[in-house]
Design a protein around this ligand. Structure first.
Ligand SMILES: [Zn+2]
Length: 115
């Protein structure tokens, strides 16, 4: 269940970014999850809700954006979105690829309730 560890990391980041007295104002936390990160969004959402329920930011919502897996072919420079984990270039069939995105796991921003 590595989503629990990730949920704790996200909470850590938020707690370091937001002053303690403003925890109740955290409206949402936007994160980006790469398709290759192996994270199950529902599971992460569940874990995050569970751990924030014991904090002053229990009202916060986790907004998850999925980042598609994008590769660049080093042989023909074709850039493409990888579907169903097929790691060959659709243009020239080369397997000499560079991964441009898909492994992300990052907190993009934290929105507080407007004053
Ligand atoms: Zn190619």
């Amino acid at each position: 269940m590595h989503e629990l560890g990730i949920a704790r990391n996200i909470l850590d980041i938020v707690q370091h970014s937001v002053p303690v007295d403003r925890y109740p104002e955290v409206k949402w936390i936007r994160i980006r999850i790469g398709q290759l990160s192996g994270i199950v969004p529902d599971s992460l959402d569940f874990c995050f809700s569970a751990i924030i329920s014991e904090t002053d930011m229990r009202q916060a919502i986790l907004k998850m954006e999925t980042v598609p897996t994008v590769s660049l072919c080093r042989d023909c420079e074709h850039q493409f979105t990888v579907e169903e984990f097929t790691f060959t270039c659709p243009s020239c069939n080369s397997a000499n690829l560079e991964l441009l995105s898909g492994r992300e796991l990052e907190v993009v921003d934290i929105e507080l309730v407007d004053d």
